[in-house]
Design a protein around this ligand. Structure first.
Ligand code: NAD
Length: 355
């Protein structure tokens, strides 16, 4: 693989995608083409710090649009694709699964076909150096029975929600394109990410912002669901490593070794805010916790065994949950303009200027 690479990142205006774009531009000489449709989850404000970088380009495009994607492959001529574009919110997939089928399954298929057509035009050497890196979730494995077991790369798929079923389908498509057509692909499945620039509909930013405003803090069911939390910048570093060094045809699980019950996450945010934001309307913030009806099909426990990442690629998360959560709460306290523009909808206006 060439030392300096051209990397097409799909979904680069999203939460994890923007962390990946910032990571590549801040730490390497690689060139990035961010391909994003800018759905409600796409936010170019999250890329403000790198939008003028000499190695950065943005293209507003839908991965379901074959013609547009073909054009981007032939103009940019990437050495690698990091595919993060997706509909990603489980609750939205329950209310309206169609967009999940369209983007996550049909979109991945369309991207794979455009990629294969482009890849076939490359020299033998460039073909074998090429990478298609598909970014997926541990939710494809369903949930875990006992408190001790962990998801490994060979755990059978058993998705529960329309979101996880659509991601499972896309994982299978990528593996099939690798096996059948020889497209050099790697797949990563990760646990719940958290950190700066996270869209406020997700648990951690939702709780932080509601708490700051003295609004109720909703917790599904009894709050005992267990999730493994991964700091987004640790994840971005892991993804770049897999794209560079991962074994073709392989899968890598990426987790943070931070298993927490949802209720404990909410309480940890409350106690950080008691200390860091004592001027909130309601203190202690825990008084705002309200238990609400559980989500249908809600998985009880996810937890990842990330030892393959450690043993083969030497990766380990740098943040513990305590350090990562403190940084995250501090970031939301320091970056009001970012989230105020999300809450009032103005972030979507950035699209006009495209960065
Ligand atoms: P996100 O919802 O924040 O961002 C998704 C991005 O994809 C947005 O910028 C959106 O505009 C773009 N997009 C959506 N449909 C598109 C389309 N048809 N064409 C082009 N762009 C489109 O998601 P995220 O949290 O950053 O997740 C990124 C990837 O990681 C997803 O594939 C998701 O399944 C996976 N993942 C996320 C988590 C997590 O905790 N956030 C955990 C495991 C896996």
């Amino acid at each position: 693989m060439a030392d300096i690479k051209r990397i097409m990142v799909t979904g680069g205006a999203g939460f994890i995608g923007s962390a990946v774009v910032r990571y590549i531009l801040n730490n390497t000489e690689d060139q990035v083409l961010n391909v994003d449709k800018l759905t409600y989850a796409g936010n170019l404000d999250s890329l403000q710090s790198v939008s003028q970088h000499r190695n950065y380009q943005f293209a507003k495009a839908d991965i379901c649009d074959r013609q547009a994607v073909d054009g981007l492959f032939s103009e940019f001529r990437p050495h690698a694709v990091m595919h993060l574009a997706a509909e990603s919110h489980v609750d939205r997939s329950i209310d309206g699964p169609a967009a999940f089928i369209e983007t996550n399954i049909v979109g991945t298929y369309t991207l794979l076909e455009a990629c294969r057509a482009y890849w076939q035009t490359l020299s033998d050497r460039d073909q074998s150096d090429f990478r298609f890196h598909h970014i997926s979730t541990d939710e494809v494995y369903g949930d875990l029975d006992g408190p001790e077991s962990l998801f490994v790369e060979t755990t059978p798929y058993a998705p529960s929600s329309p979101y996880s079923a659509s991601k499972a389908s896309s994982d299978h498509l990528v593996r099939a394109w690798s096996r059948t057509y020889g497209l050099p692909a790697v797949v990563t499945n990760c646990s719940n990410n958290y950190g700066p620039y996270h869209f406020p509909e997700k648990l951690i930013p939702h709780i932080i912002l509601n708490a700051i405003h003295g609004k109720p803090l909703p917790v599904y069911g009894d709050g005992r669901q267990v999730r493994d939390w991964l700091y987004v910048d640790d994840h971005a570093r892991a993804l770049y490593l897999v794209m560079r060094k991962g074994r073709v045809g392989d899968t890598y699980n990426i987790g943070g070794h931070n298993e927490k019950q949802n209720i404990d996450v909410v309480k940890a945010i409350c106690s950080l805010l008691d200390e860091m934001h004592p001027e909130s309307p309601v203190v202690p913030h825990e008084n705002l916790i309200r238990f609400v009806k559980d989500r249908p099909g809600h998985d009880k426990r996810y937890a990842i065994d990330a030892s393959k990442m450690q043993n083969e690629l030497g990766w380990a998360p740098e943040e513990t949950f305590a350090t990562g959560l403190r940084k995250t709460v501090q970031w939301y306290l320091d970056n009001r303009v970012w989230w105020q523009r999300v809450l009032n909808g103005n972030y979507q206006l950035t699209r006009l200027g495209e960065g």
